[in-house]
Design a protein around this ligand. Structure first.
Ligand SMILES: C[S@@+](CC[C@H](N)C(=O)[O-])C[C@H]1O[C@@H](n2cnc3c(N)ncnc32)[C@H](O)[C@@H]1O
Length: 348
């Protein structure tokens, strides 16, 4: 009989099984075209019989001036998988390539796949979201360029955010809001909202909060964020607009489009700011839910409450989480949802 954990794993595995559309790949890759020339691209979560990543790079091989493309994919269980390689020519049929059997199951962490990773210059794929931490981990370990799909929340993982802070990873160019359509296998459980069957009878799901993650530069990320808000005019807007945190030296900003253009100190802004982040304009100081990414110590939990109470504060709030608080006009402690701490760069 299957153990509970096996069933759990099978469920997670099934949820990881959704396939990127060609048009989404196209819209992103167009931003890096000049950087593909002479490069070997590895797609290490991609079965070449259906992957649109494989299809895209196979189709565009000559135009992009690629050196080689390699695809590997995972066979559930201990079944050996294979690798597919293509070095150009005869490109009408995207199934053309050199097929070589692997002795292992194609897990991107397996020694055989790590050897292919070493050979590659750029990794482009949509990896299993459930293994995102491991996936990013090996890309960083082997110092590879990458353009991959993940969930927006992965930004706040303790394994990922330090990379963000050190400018080793950022969002890609083409997805900044809404959801994306992904095809799923026929036996995919279609009980989630936003799923359906298209005109060709293919099942799809709509996945919210999807982002491209990359460490390759593109021009659109150097565009300044501009808003109409000014810290110096806050009293004419509304006085409570930018409260100072009580336990960290920064002001709170509730919406990205309310980031003041004239404030030089640290600001706590919503995570969605990252969709507009220009590294020439702002630096990332930390993440409020990850105290050890912050440059200065933050007064935490009970320590903050004690201070607050000793000053006569009466608000009610939970103490079990890291984060920043401010005190509103009624003397109540308010803990905003996770905030990225940012600071304007000098001269901007
Ligand atoms: C989100 S799907 C995307 C598939 C494909 N890259 C695409 O974009 O259409 C993630 C894929 O990773 C595969 N996968 C799961 N675990 C894996 C592992 N350990 N190593 C490599 N691939 C894995 C799944 O079988 C699944 O096809």
């Amino acid at each position: 009989m299957a153990k509970n954990s096996d069933l759990g794993n099978a469920k997670t595995a099934k949820k990881d099984e959704f396939y990127t559309q060609l048009e989404d790949i196209n819209s992103e890759m167009v931003h890096y075209e000049s950087q593909f020339k002479g490069k070997t691209i590895l797609m290490n979560c991609d079965d070449p019989t259906w992957s649109n990543f494989w299809r895209y790079f196979h189709m565009e091989f000559e135009r992009l001036g690629l050196k080689k493309i390699i695809a590997t994919h995972y066979e559930y269980g201990e079944v050996p998988s294979y690798k597919m390689e293509y070095e150009g020519g005869n490109d009408e049929d995207f199934e053309v390539g050199l097929r070589t059997e692997l002795t292992q199951n194609g897990d991107f962490r397996s020694p055989e796949c790590i050897e292919l990773l070493k050979e590659a210059d750029i990794v482009v794929t949509n990896p299993p979201f459930s293994l995102f931490r491991d996936f990013i981990g090996i890309l960083i370990e082997y110092n590879k360029d990458f353009i991959i799909i993940g969930n927006v929340n992965a930004l706040t993982y303790k394994e990922v955010f330090p990379l963000v802070k050190n400018e080793k990873l950022w969002f890609g160019a083409s997805i900044h809001s809404g959801d994306r359509k992904f095809y799923v296998p026929d036996d995919y459980p279609l009980n989630a909202s936003g799923c359906g069957i298209d005109d060709d009878g293919r099942k799809f799901i709509r996945v919210k909060g999807v982002r491209w993650y990359t460490n390759m530069d593109y021009s659109a990320r150097h565009k300044d964020l501009e808003t109409t808000y000014m810290y110096s005019k806050k009293d004419t807007l509304y006085p409570e607009l930018y409260p100072q945190y009580a336990n960290y030296e920064a002001i709170n900003v509730n919406k990205t489009n309310e980031i003041p253009m004239d404030y030089d100190g640290v600001m706590g802004v919503p995570i969605t700011f990252f969709d507009f982040y220009n590294p020439d304009q702002f630096e990332i100081v930390g993440l409020t839910s990850l105290a050890d990414t912050m440059d200065k110590p933050v007064m935490l939990g009970q320590e903050f409450v004690n201070m607050y109470r000793s000053q006569g504060g009466t608000g009610h709030f939970s103490t079990n989480m890291y984060g920043v608080w401010y005190i509103d006009n009624d003397g109540k402690a308010v803990k905003p949802y996770g905030r990225i701490l940012i600071k304007r760069k000098a001269g901007n």
